[in-house]
Write a protein that binds this ligand. Structure first.
Ligand code: DGL
Length: 265
């Protein structure tokens, strides 16, 4: 049985899931967090379902070796293609991010919602189900955004190449009247200042990381597994990419130094 002191595992194809980690840190300050950036395999958006499912299972096994009490799938693409398989294979509680269409459909005034996500997420059955459930009565425009994950993985949040890519992806959504944008990939919240600059203040941008952190809090509370410590929780980071490079990018994104270890094969 897991103890309240046990850590929580968080993973993504790379550094994008840190946008979820930072919200979790705000809501659950005492929890010990383990983070895996599968940067050696990123971007997942260009990979097959089988590949992503195998990577997700390997990372879950790694977390189980570290006796986690819960796992957060901080990658929309992994949720989209692997969450059913993960939940049927493992009993550890899992909280998974997905595009926040429900709140977007509730707040849009123009009736047009734009969703930026990876091609794999948008092509998934999970996304189709989400559209059927929450996309009725509003016009939902989807935009795959290849290349943006790579820019964030490099730590390039506002350079010329990132700006051109993002402007090209936002333009068709804005021209067709989207007043609410859903960030359907955990890398994209790191581009929030640029998105606001390009889209203007009249557009509402939704990052589902906050809702995921609150859902995790509810799950941990209902399992009576909240860490009772008064001290700030510890954090450990691993990557399948080049640890020195990933460490520098994580430090930039979180705004503080971190130590990143190689993910054992
Ligand atoms: N952060 C991942 C997501 O939320 C990026 C997927 C990828 O690597 O393409 O979908």
């Amino acid at each position: 049985m897991p103890t309240p002191e046990a850590p929580i595992g968080i993973f993504d194809s790379g550094v994008g899931g840190l946008s979820v980690l930072r919200e979790i840190r705000t809501v659950l300050p005492a929890e010990n967090l383990l983070y895996v950036a599968d940067s050696g395999a990123a971007p997942y958006g260009d990979r097959s379902r089988e590949f992503i499912q195998a990577r997700a299972s390997a990372i879950v096994e790694f977390f189980l070796e570290h006796r986690v009490k819960a796992i957060v799938v901080a990658c929309n693409t992994a949720t989209a293609v692997a969450i059913q398989a993960l939940r049927s294979s493992y009993s550890v509680p899992m909280v998974a991010i997905e595009p926040a269409l429900k709140p977007a459909a509730a707040i849009t005034r123009s009736g047009v919602v734009g969703i930026l996500a990876t091609s794999q997420t948008l092509a998934s059955e999970n996304f189709l189900r989400l559209m059927e459930k929450y996309g009725q009565g509003v016009s939902v425009l989807t935009q795959a955004a290849p290349g943006l994950v790579e820019q964030v993985e490099k730590g390039d949040l506002s350079g010329a190449a990132t700006r051109v890519l993002l402007a090209d992806y936002l333009r068709p959504l804005l021209e067709r009247g989207a007043d609410t944008l859903v960030l359907g990939c955990t890398h994209y919240p790191f581009l929030m200042p640029l998105i606001h600059e390009l889209a203007g203040d009249a557009v509402t941008v939704i990052d589902p990381a906050v809702a995921v952190a609150r859902e995790l809090l509810r799950r941990v509370q209902s399992l009576e597994l909240c860490n009772p410590s008064q001290a700030p929780g510890a954090e450990q980071f691993w990557t399948s990419g080049e640890p020195g490079e990933v460490q520098a990018v994580i430090a930039k994104l979180l705004g503080r130094p971190v130590a990143v270890e190689p993910l054992p094969r």
